[in-house]
Each structure stands twice: as structure tokens, then as C-alpha cells.
Design a protein around this ligand. Structure first.
Ligand SMILES: C[S@@+](CC[C@H](N)C(=O)[O-])C[C@H]1O[C@@H](n2cnc3c(N)ncnc32)[C@H](O)[C@@H]1O
Length: 278
């Protein structure tokens, strides 16, 4: 039987039920950002090898290692700026009872909702599920993992530029926040980036974790005919922002073997980091 996935309507905060902001009230979509075209551009299989791309493999191996360690687990995990993608929580899903996937634009989460509801035209995440199950020694099948995610995921609005990124909603302090490929889109300046890191850390309980994956030295990416500007960061800027937000970095991994054509994305390096809130 299919679990009925939801945009969150009611939230339970410290034993009190309250309304969540209805999805219809959020901004619909970024100027011309086509969520489906984005997925087809960045997450389709390599036509020659029929494998998922090397950058995603790097990221999924990082997540596998973090969540296999048993070090990062708890009641809830929040992903900010998930966009239309679910692959960042494929390893995390076994470690948390509730998974909140959030984004500024409702159309991006509608794309996730299509997958949660197993609709015919949903993006096919099976190769990613298979890849992660394989990393985990095939203790679960891709179908079991998909069912677990469909059961536990809730969709909610976020804006990382707000002091409470879930405003006007609120959740109890979470055990872990993930944010991937979002901050360099959402922030225009280094000051914005520093503030956004503080904002997202405010959602984490003391002793909880922050996982960031993002790109260094990038200035644009292209989806269809549209070019989107990005904030160009270096490693030092990232490290200082994390320290400035009261977190200690436990791991910082880089991957430099980028295969995406320059005309689609001018990225030099991708990093994944794990930090703990002090
Ligand atoms: C390049 S996409 C990355 C999507 C996804 N995390 C991934 O890695 O495939 C950037 C995402 O950040 C979201 N975003 C942009 N500004 C935001 C903001 N202020 N708060 C939250 N999300 C935002 C966009 O809507 C978009 O989904």
C-alpha cells in the first residue's frame, strides 16, 4: 500500500499542534528554473557507461561513510534547499525517524512529491538507490529503501536567508542538517553566505551535526536556455563561516575530477564537510 506523502499541514511543536504554512502560499518557482530539466541535465546516467556521474558517486560515498559510522543519528534530519533531488538522504534515511526535505520554491518539491507518490512521470532515482544499497552491502533492496523514504519524508518550505530558515514554521532542534548545492545559489555575497550558515546552524541542537556539500570557484550553471549566477567561494571562506557559526569541522573532503562541460557549469571543485555544533 502506498503511504500518502505530504506537504506538511500540521506541525507538533513541544506537544502543541499548529498549522504549517500551506504550500500554495510559497513562491512557485525561480525565474525559468525547470526542475525536471535540472534533474535531466545533472542527474541523468552517463550515456556511454550507464553509470551515475563521478561527482555524485563521491558525494554518495561520503554520505555512506558518515551514516554507516553510527556517529550521526537521531529523531530528525532536515535538508535545506533539496530542490527536486532526493539522493542526499539515501544513506541518512536509516538513521532518523523523520526526514524533512525543504526548499524555497514549491515547484521543486512538487517534483519530489511526484517521486514520493510513485507517479508515472517522476524522475527515476533507481540507479542512485541501487548504488547506495550496494555501498551498504545490499542489506536492503532499492525497493525497501524507497519505501522507507516514502514513509518518513515530509516536505516543507525553507529560506536559508532568514534567521529561522523554516519561518513561519518551526521545528524542534534537529540532530542534523544537510545542505547541498544550495548556498552558492541562495547567497549573493560572502556576508550573505556567512549569515546563511549561522541561520542553518540555528536549526541544529547543540552537539548535532551539519553536512554541507557545495562547489568552489563556480560562477554560473545552465539549465536549458537559462543561466543562473553562483557565488564563488574558496575553502578558507567556507572554513571561516563554519567556525563563525559555532561549529567544529570534523571532515572536509574535496573532489576535483569534474567532467561537466564548461558551458553547463564552470565548477572547479566540489567539497563535502561534516561539522559538529559546539
Ligand atoms: C542547484 S539547486 C540544488 C538542488 C539540490 N540540493 C541538488 O543538489 O540537486 C539549488 C536549490 O537551492 C534552492 N534555493 C535557492 N535559494 C534558496 C533559499 N533562499 N532558501 C532555500 N533554498 C533555496 C533552489 O530553489 C534550488 O532548489
Amino acid at each position: 500500500m502506498l503511504h500518502e506523502p505530504v506537504f506538511v499541514h500540521r506541525l507538533l511543536i513541544r506537544g502543541e499542534e499548529m498549522d504549517a504554512e500551506p504550500a500554495e502560499k510559497w513562491p512557485k518557482s525561480e525565474n525559468n528554473f525547470d526542475a525536471r530539466k535540472y534533474l535531466d541535465t545533472f542527474y541523468a546516467l552517463d550515456p556511454e557507461t550507464q553509470e551515475i556521474d563521478k561527482e555524485s558517486q563521491f558525494l554518495l560515498k561520503f554520505m555512506d561513510r558518515i551514516f554507516a559510522s553510527g556517529h550521526v543519528q537521531g529523531e530528525s534530519i532536515i535538508e535545506l534547499g533539496s530542490g527536486p533531488s532526493i539522493h542526499h538522504i539515501l544513506s541518512a534515511c536509516k538513521c532518523f525517524k523523520k526526514i524533512y526535505l525543504t526548499d524555497y520554491f514549491q515547484e521543486n518539491l512538487r517534483e519530489i512529491e511526484r517521486w514520493l507518490k510513485d507517479e508515472e512521470d517522476a524522475f527515476d532515482w533507481k540507479p542512485y538507490l541501487k548504488y547506495v544499497c550496494n555501498l551498504e552491502g545490499n542489506r536492503t533492496t532499492p525497493e525497501e529503501k524507497a519505501a522507507e523514504i516514502r514513509k518518513n519524508v515530509l516536505l516543507l518550505k525553507s529560506d536559508v536567508n532568514k534567521p529561522n530558515p523554516l519561518e513561519p514554521n518551526q521545528l524542534p532542534p534537529t540532530d542534523c542538517v544537510i545542505i547541498a548545492g544550495c548556498l552558492i545559489c541562495a547567497c549573493k555575497t560572502l556576508d550573505d553566505f556567512r549569515s546563511a550558515v549561522k541561520n542553518i546552524v540555528s536549526l541544529v541542537r547543540p552537539g548535532g551535526f551539519l553536512i554541507i556539500s557545495d562547489y568552489l570557484g563556480a560562477s554560473y550553471y545552465v539549465v536549458g536556455k537559462d543561466k543562473f549566477p553562483l557565488l564563488s567561494l574558496d575553502e578558507d571562506m567556507v572554513r571561516r563561516a563554519i567556525a563563525g557559526a559555532g561549529c567544529a569541522i570534523e571532515e572536509f573532503n574535496m573532489f576535483k575530477d569534474f567532467a561537466i562541460p564548461e558551458e553547463v557549469f564552470d565548477c572547479k571543485n566540489v567539497f563535502c564537510l561534516l561539522a559538529r555544533k559546539l
